[in-house]
Each structure stands twice: as structure tokens, then as C-alpha cells.
Design a protein around this ligand. Structure first.
Ligand code: ADP
Length: 531
């Protein structure tokens, strides 16, 4: 009787809410009787929990709880709290009809009749699964992030509250700055700045700038716990919540002391290097100037010398030619002269001839060396030249048993060069070969040398040869390999020197091979054309 009275009252109350509640879709809104049995059911309840009204009305509300919690008596403990306090609020897993879970936010409220007697409970449940999942995801990522940050060793990463007090601290911060978490949390971050920066209020300035621009980066000295300085690169970032309210700052600091030291070292080295390069350049310039001056002086001296030599030679040549002329004249006039006189005259003739040769040589050499000789380019037909030379000079063997021959490759090409100078070179080589060959053979041989881009003319003899130690010197002026042979063969020691200079003028090369007592070979190379 008592019980059915309660039910009636409850139903009356319920009627007044029913229409209002029935249509709500986003909330499960339903009533429980004192025993916790479901008494009403709205559309939201059906949508969220999956039961239709006729399936669930009269069933205990514990059906909505996970098995574990039913076993723990949780549903009725919650109901007891609502009964005692008038209201019970909870978030937790609940079970749908199909057995799936959802994260529910639940408010249970005690319902009393007019006389204050508890007649049941209203229950409003919201499905917060999505929100819960999103929150969990955030929480997980935050946890991961915290873990990551806390483990970073190379960067001090920490947070400041809006006033600049430290609220978090990672391993890198401890390593770089020397403070442990418990000593630093709550301290103002200006503790890391040198006195002079603090005096200028630099720490707060930086916060202001970060606040203004969202981010502020700076390089400068910072102080470790032990008072030592380090060169830091620091980035302060302002952090705001979704509403745009500043909730603090993150600060990432890197210790660049080593880099700074290295940079300084490099800078110093660069300065040093620059200074040394400058000094050296100045030295070189001075040396260069001095050299230029000396070269100028030397050139001038050389020019004067050549001029002097050429003047003297000219002056000597005139009287010498006269002497030679008069000698011939005396020879003609004194046909009847005795043996002794003739020998004396011949001596004068021979010596005057040598002297003329010497003077001509000196004149040639001084002209070449003064740069007064120019190359007269033209086409040179070597085969003909060699043939003429050998035929004319072959007679100079003075009755000695010496054969003078030539060999010219049939395909020998024409070359571009200076025929007069080539002739002078070859006359020199050939007359030396004949002169220094008491008996045997002298051969002039010409062939093309395509790999070197020119032709080669070898003058070979089977004469006295040249001593090994003399070989490197024979192209020097006035060098004669041995005095005895010179006395025997005549000559002044200028021929090869002139040859060498002429070969250089013709952009060629000359080399010599010789074996003392067996003969010599002088090989001349001339390019196909001059550049
Ligand atoms: P010289 O007027 O004395 O011949 P050169 O300059 O022509 O002067 O030659 C220098 C020296 O080189 C000669 O004195 C000689 O000793 C040596 N010489 C040159 N050609 C030959 C050669 N074909 N055989 C041996 N010795 C040579």
C-alpha cells in the first residue's frame, strides 16, 4: 500500500516532466525508484544506451555499469551517496545494451515529495566518449612530450609562469645551469643573468619582447649555479591558452661557449693570417720593385756592354781587314822571298784570319744578345739546303781521309723558319764536325719528327769526341773542351754559343751526345712552324 502510493506520487511528478524531457536527444534523462529500478526513459537514453523504454523500465540501473563495478557494489554505493547528499556526480565507463563501453558523465539527484520524503532519483547521463578520447590523446602526447623534454641533455628547456618564475626544469637545464629541479622551481629566471644585465632589467625586458612578438631570441652571457659564465643562445616563447590568455613562457637555452671560443680562435687566426699575408705581400712588393730596378739596371748595363763590344769589334775589323789586305799584297810583291819570310807571312795571314773570325763571332753574339737580330720568316726547304751545305763544305777536309755525307728522309716536309739562321747553325755544326774528325766520316741526316711537331737534323762524326765533363759546358761562350785540341784544330770557342742562341730564336732545341775518342752527334730540332 505504502509502496503503491509512492509510485503514484512519482508518476504524477514524472508526468509534468515527461513532455519536456522526452524529446531531449543529447542526454539520457530518466528516473529511478528508491530501489534503483528504471522508472522512465527518454529518447536520449535510448540513443545513448541502446535500450528501448519497454525493455528497460522496471530493470535495475546497475545494468549500465561494467561487471567489475557491479561486483564491487559501485552502483548502489553511488545511489547511497545521492540519497545522503542529495546529489552524486561521476564520470566513468558505462555499458550499452550491445555490451560496448562509453565514457559517461553522470549526475544523480535525489527526488523528494512535498513532505520531504525521498521518492526516487533523477539521472542525467551524457556520452563523453569522444571528449574523453581527445583528452586522453592530449594527455598521452603531453606525457610523451614531457618525457622527451625532460630527457633532452643539450638544451635547457624549462617553463616560466607569466611573472618569470620557473615552473619546470629538464635534464639539459640541470646540466647546463647546474641547478637541480628542487632548488630552482619557483625562482625567478633572472637568476641566470649577470649582474649588469639584471641592473638593466634585461630579463624582464626579454619577457616583454616575447610577449609582444610571441618569441624572442638572444645570445649572451649567462651565469651557472657555481657562478661561472657561459655563452648562451636563448629563445623565449610566449605561451597562451585557447582564449589568448598568457599562461607562461617556454625557454630553450643552448650553451654555445665552445662554439664562441672556437669562433674567437678562428677570428684571431684570421686576423693573424691577414696580417701575415699583408706583411708578406708588402715584402714581396718591395722585393719585386727592387728586382725591377735591378733588372732595369742590368739591362742598361748589358745594352751598354753590347754597344761597346759591337763598336769595338767594328773598329777592330777595319784595321784588321787592312792588315790582311796588306799581307796579301806583300805576299804578291815578295814572290821571290825566301822560305822563312813566306812562313812568317803565312803566320800573319793565319792569325789575322783567326782574329777576324773572333771579331765576327763577338759581333754576332753581341747582336743576338742585344736582341738586335730578328727572325726572318719564310718557307725553308731543308733537303736542298743540306745538300748544298754538304757539297760545299765537304771540300774543307784539307786532304784528310774524311767522308762527308748526307741523308734526307724522302718525306721531309717544308718548314716555316729563317733559312739564313738555319744555315749559320748547320755551317757551325758541320765545320766543327769536320774540324774535330782527323779521319772517318761526317754525316748530316734529316728526318721528320711528327710526335714532336717538327724536324730533326743530326750532325754525326767519328772524330775525337768530347769528354764527359766538358759536355754540359760546350755551349758556353769561349769554352773549348781542351786546350791541346784547340791549338791543333783552331777556333775561338764562340761557335756553339752562337748556335745555341740562334736555335732559341728559332724556337728549336739542340742536344749533344758524344763519347770521347769515338765521335759526337749534335741533334737540332726545329718546329714545323714558328708561333
Ligand atoms: P770552336 O771555335 O772552338 O770550335 P765551338 O763553340 O764551336 O768553338 O766549340 C766549342 C768546343 O766544343 C770546341 O772547342 C770543342 O772542344 C768542342 N766541340 C765542338 N764540336 C765538336 C765536335 N764535333 N767534336 C768534338 N769536339 C767538339
Amino acid at each position: 500500500m505504502e509502496k503503491s502510493h509512492q509510485h503514484d506520487l512519482l508518476r504524477d511528478k514524472l508526468d509534468s516532466y515527461r513532455l519536456l524531457v522526452q524529446e531531449v536527444r543529447d542526454y539520457a534523462i530518466f528516473l529511478l525508484d528508491l530501489q534503483g529500478n528504471v522508472n522512465s526513459w527518454n529518447e536520449g537514453a535510448e540513443r545513448i544506451k541502446g535500450y528501448r523504454a519497454d525493455e528497460i523500465i522496471g530493470k535495475p540501473f546497475s545494468l549500465f555499469y561494467p561487471k567489475q563495478e557491479i561486483e564491487n557494489g559501485k552502483p548502489f554505493k553511488n545511489l547511497a551517496v545521492a540519497l545522503r547528499d542529495g546529489r552524486f556526480e561521476d564520470e566513468g565507463w558505462r555499458i550499452r545494451k550491445d555490451g560496448s563501453r562509453f565514457w559517461a558523465s553522470v549526475i544523480m539527484t535525489r527526488i523528494q515529495d512535498d513532505r520531504g520524503k525521498v521518492i526516487g532519483f533523477s539521472k542525467i547521463t551524457r556520452d563523453l566518449t569522444e571528449k574523453k578520447e581527445a583528452e586522453d590523446a592530449i594527455r598521452r602526447s603531453e606525457a610523451r612530450f614531457r618525457l622527451l623534454v625532460s630527457g633532452v641533455k643539450d638544451y635547457a628547456i624549462f617553463m616560466l609562469d607569466p611573472e618569470g618564475k620557473i615552473t619546470s626544469w629538464n635534464e639539459g637545464a640541470e646540466r647546463i645551469k647546474g641547478y637541480r629541479v628542487e632548488e630552482i622551481i619557483g625562482k625567478h629566471f633572472s637568476i641566470f643573468y649577470p649582474e649588469e644585465d639584471k641592473a638593466k632589467d634585461k630579463p624582464n625586458d626579454e619577457l616583454k619582447k616575447a610577449l609582444q612578438h610571441g618569441r624572442f631570441e638572444d645570445e649572451g652571457w649567462r651565469i651557472r649555479k657555481d657562478g661561472s659564465r657561459f655563452w648562451a643562445d636563448a629563445v623565449i616563447t610566449c605561451i597562451r591558452d585557447a582564449a589568448g590568455e598568457v599562461i607562461g613562457f617556454s625557454k630553450v637555452t643552448r650553451d654555445l661557449t665552445e662554439r664562441k671560443a672556437a669562433e674567437n680562435e678562428i677570428r684571431k687566426m684570421n686576423v693573424d693570417l691577414e696580417r701575415r699575408v699583408k706583411e708578406r705581400t708588402a715584402e714581396l712588393q718591395a722585393a719585386n720593385e727592387a728586382l725591377k730596378q735591378r733588372t732595369k739596371e742590368a739591362e742598361e748595363a748589358n745594352r751598354l756592354k753590347s754597344q761597346f763590344v759591337s763598336n769595338v769589334s767594328h773598329e777592330l775589323r777595319t784595321p784588321l781587314n787592312a792588315i790582311i789586305g796588306y799581307t796579301y799584297l806583300i805576299g804578291d810583291l815578295c814572290r821571290e822571298a825566301g822560305e822563312e819570310q813566306r812562313t812568317a807571312l803565312e803566320g800573319i795571314e793565319r792569325n789575322a784570319g783567326d782574329l777576324l773570325q773572333l771579331i765576327n763571332g763577338v759581333l754576332d753574339l753581341s747582336k743576338i744578345e742585344a736582341g738586335k737580330i730578328s727572325v726572318e720568316r719564310g718557307e725553308v726547304e731543308m733537303a736542298g739546303l743540306i745538300k748544298d751545305l754538304v757539297e760545299n763544305m765537304g771540300r774543307l777536309t784539307e786532304g784528310r781521309p774524311v767522308r762527308v755525307e748526307y741523308k734526307v728522309a724522302p718525306d721531309l716536309p717544308l718548314i716555316e723558319s729563317d733559312v739564313g739562321k738555319i744555315k749559320q747553325i748547320l755551317v757551325n755544326l758541320l765545320s766543327n764536325a769536320i774540324k774535330f774528325t782527323p779521319e772517318g766520316r761526317v754525316t748530316m741526316e734529316a728526318k721528320a719528327s711528327p710526335e714532336k711537331g717538327g724536324i730533326e737534323v743530326a750532325v754525326q762524326d767519328t772524330g775525337i769526341g768530347i769528354k764527359r765533363e766538358a759536355l754540359p759546358k760546350i755551349f758556353e761562350a769561349f769554352y773549348q773542351s781542351d786546350a791541346d785540341s784547340t791549338r791543333e784544330f783552331g777556333g775561338v770557342g764562340l761557335g756553339l754559343r752562337i748556335v745555341k742562341d740562334l736555335v732559341d730564336l728559332l724556337q728549336g732545341e739542340i742536344r749533344v751526345e758524344s763519347e770521347h775518342g769515338k765521335g759526337s752527334t749534335f741533334t737540332l730540332f726545329l718546329p714545323y712552324r714558328l708561333y
